[in-house]
Design a protein around this ligand. Sequence first.
Ligand code: 5GP
Length: 178
Amino acid sequence: MSEKDFLTKEPRVLISAEKIQQRIDEIANQINKEYEGKEVMAICILKGASLFFADVIRRIKVPLRCEFMAMSSYGNEKKSSGEVKLVLDAKYPLEGQNVIVFEDIVDSGLTLTYILNLLKARNPASIRLCSLLFKPECLKKPLEVDYIGFEIGNEFVLGYGLDYEGYLRGLPYVGVLD
Ligand code: 5GP
């Protein structure tokens, strides 16, 4: 048996590509309404949020600029070490900007809490959080996520930007390996 057996199995679909795209329409419409007359500084948290980010920003009608940040990931483990490190920072100054941070999934919430505190210190005019997925059962400290795609249970998911041991990010749906 190969160590990469998971590559030969079709994951079980948890959230279909159609449902994801419908929900992204709703989120983008909400952002378009709430930011009417303003400019947005959209920050993508790499690598997991890349597909979600690309799909949302294509539907945003207000003037928008993009920045990218990367945090240390789980590596090959399925549980957060609780230690978050900044690997790539946004370049553009955020002072006075209406920032929206795009994340793939909120599990313990430690990553997004860390990013929020880091960015708040740069004095943006406003800052909101948008996550494709949210695991409410796993949250360690209260964290307000302004735009949530889907709430899911405590299970390890992959696809649509989320990886399994570095693979499977390109799947158009969110799935589970049983
Ligand atoms: P947190 O700091 O909220 O515990 O974890 C956030 C990060 O852990 C996410 O950005 C993601 O990279 C990773 N993560 C958490 N849960 C999952 C999951 O179910 N699947 C995958 N692929 N990554 C996850």
